[in-house]
Design a protein around this ligand. Structure first.
Ligand code: NAD
Ligand code: ZN
Ligand code: ZN
Length: 335
């Protein structure tokens, strides 16, 4: 099969022929129809994280058609539509797996990081963790839901944001374009912050009430003048966004860290405690969160804004993503 392979961190992906994966017990084989390009893939390709597997096929927003079923699989059959998220598998029995926190399982196996992912014509999945693609959705619309929509959905859920609250979304990329829509669904006011002015108009079209360019104005002051944010969702791949977002919070506000740039942040201790600030982190979501997000999309409450590309174009898509020039998600489409 054809795949885009990461052979050397920091070097372009190489599109080449590799052996087809074979489903073992408990696994299914997907003919990949679409795979979203997540900024996490860019962090991995750049060698920002240490890689447990090389060569590696990236891609964890994978949807397609089941073409093979390993022994012991009863929940999928050939011809079914299925998708593979970031979580390839977990142990299923630890305190995290049994308490709605499966992304924290110490035995987690990650798609497109620890096992090969979806930048390829075929990909394997653990049948227990693959989630059906609803019939209402095209493959291209469905693929980014498996990470880019799932992640802010979960982050917003744990933030406790409520009807009428002000939620500031930092970074209007793939995750951000869903974050705006999901925040509107819960009836909160949405403020978007980005550093690319072309994203501001896009944010308003998606339903944002306010949109600010952090490269041109003091966005924390602007948000405080609106009363301050009850919740800041930090989706930007930039460390300085954490401290900026913190300053935009109102008393009792919640900062949720989601973006994964390299580096550290520093926040004032007294200023945090005296204002009752909560600082949370959020990593992807559970299979149940994913089913909920797919249901929202099937009902037309959130929509994917995607442009498609061919597998051979992946390195130029990475370059545009590095420059923050993508609106919504780019999805690799296999025809
Ligand atoms: P993306 O490239 O599609 O979008 C990033 C957006 O952030 C762009 O619009 C860019 O202009 C904007 N941006 C950059 N610097 C900024 C700044 N200083 N202030 C405000 N906006 C800024 O990326 P994405 O796929 O949406 O992913 C975003 C981040 O979330 C990445 O770091 C990714 O690795 C991370 N991520 C985390 C999880 C998780 O589970 N925690 C899951 C998926 C992605
Ligand atoms: Zn992702
Ligand atoms: Zn576990």
């Amino acid at each position: 099969m054809k795949a885009a392979v990461l052979r050397k961190p920091g070097a372009p992906l190489v599109v080449e022929d590799v052996e087809d994966p074979r489903p073992a017990a408990g696994e299914i084989l997907l003919e990949v129809k679409a795979c979203g390009v997540c900024h996490t893939d860019l962090h991995l390709a750049a060698g920002e994280w240490s890689l447990p597997k090389l060569p590696l096929i990236l891609g964890h927003e994978v949807v397609g058609v089941v073409r093979g079923v390993g022994p012991g699989v009863s929940n999928f059959k050939e011809g079914d539509r299925a998708g593979i998220p970031w979580i390839y598998s977990t142990c299923g029995t630890c305190e995290f797996c049994t308490s709605d926190r499966e992304p924290l399982c110490p035995a987690i196996v990650v798609t497109g990081f620890m096992v090969d992912g979806g930048y390829a014509e075929y990909a394997k999945a653990s049948a227990e963790f693959a989630v059906p693609v609803p019939p209402e959705l095209t493959f291209v619309d469905a693929a980014p839901l498996y990470c880019a929509a799932l992640t802010p959905y979960r982050a917003l859920k744990i933030s406790g944001a409520r009807l009428g609250d002000t939620v500031a979304v930092w970074g209007l990329g793939g995750l951000g374009h869903y974050a705006v829509q999901i925040t509107k669904v819960i009836g909160a006011r949405v403020v978007v912050v980005d550093i690319d002015s072309s994203k501001l108009e896009f944010a308003r079209r998606l339903g944002a009430d306010f949109a600010f360019d952090a490269s041109r104005e003091k966005v924390d002051e602007a948000i405080r003048s609106l009363g301050g944010a009850h919740v800041v969702l930090n989706l930007a791949p930039a460390p300085q966004a954490v401290e900026q977002g913190f300053k935009a919070l109102r008393r009792g506000g919640t900062l949720v860290l989601v973006g994964l740039p390299q580096g550290n942040f520093s926040l004032p201790i007294l200023g945090s405690v005296a204002k009752g600030i909560r600082i949370l982190t959020s990593a992807v979501g559970t299979r149940q969160d994913l089913r909920e997000v797919l249901a929202l999309a099937s009902a037309g409450k959130i929509k994917t804004v995607a442009e498609t590309c061919r597998l051979e174009e992946i390195n130029s898509v990475f370059e545009r993503m590095r420059q923050g020039k993508i609106s919504g998600r780019v999805v690799i489409e296999f025809t």
